[in-house]
Write a protein that binds this ligand. Sequence first.
Ligand SMILES: C[S@@+](CC[C@H](N)C(=O)[O-])C[C@H]1O[C@@H](n2cnc3c(N)ncnc32)[C@H](O)[C@@H]1O
Length: 312
Amino acid sequence: MTSAALDTSWTHTTVLLEEAVDALTADRPDALGGTFVDATFGRGGHTRRLLEKLAPEARLIAFDKDAEAVAEAARITDARFSIRHQGFKNLGELPPRSVTGLLMDLGISSPQIDNPARGFSFRFDGPLDMRMDTTRGESVADWLATAETQQIAEVIRDYGEERFAVQIAKAIDARRQERGPISTTTELAELVAGAVKTREQGQNPATRTFQALRIFINAELEELQQALEASLSVLEPGGRLAVIAFHSLEDRIVKQFIATHSKEVYDRRAPFAAPKVMKLRALGRVRPSAAEVAGNPRSRSAILRIAERTES
Ligand SMILES: C[S@@+](CC[C@H](N)C(=O)[O-])C[C@H]1O[C@@H](n2cnc3c(N)ncnc32)[C@H](O)[C@@H]1O
């Protein structure tokens, strides 16, 4: 917990910038006047590059749950651009078959991680919050104060893939009974370090627990699934979907979603019926180059998956 390590510039280095923008725009000159969605505006790295590529009649609608991201978006004066302070689970409110390209760059931005007041990082002392949208919902501190010990263990095990989930949950319970709720990142990180018996090399013992609590408190996996389902209705035929995931739980959902909708499905109960036609065509996956990872270590786990909506 050193404040010396604190980066107060809170800028975000966009991951897979050209690759993601190309996935939506390259080889599609006729599509550049369409409606594009950046479902995770962040600090607008992808949005700004997209606006450079799109035609004058295009529209770019952005979403972000985070009020600070939305405030940053006010600096973009391009008339083609608008932003909604909403979760991307609301994508389905857009008109059916209206979207030409949809980008999702999942997870949190560097300004969120690096700001101690947001409580996302065990590296900085701050309130144990971790909400992307601080205007609604429950903070991690509030949730940990009342959740059942078993539920805490399940969250840490399922969303953090943490072997010591039960021990950590018991330590949290013992601590809150003895001294009241845990209210800071440092308190939680120290408590987890005491409960995790074998440390993974090069990884803080609290890494998995913090990831798990963040995913849970923001309903990240449920909202990703909802947004992917909504993409099938809002993408126009030929429209592209590009999703950047940063950990295996997210990437598995994206991969399975594209795989499920990229094949014809036969109904075993009606063997002579026509198969359900496929709704997506998988266009591949892209990893950051060695040069990108060297320049931005936070990009090292990124996986971009691309798919195209079929005519059906
Ligand atoms: C990795 S950052 C995006 C960075 C952005 N592409 C850029 O270049 O600046 C992810 C952003 O998505 C937002 N976000 C995450 N989950 C969201 C959700 N379910 N709905 C809306 N925004 C979300 C976060 O608040 C964060 O600002």
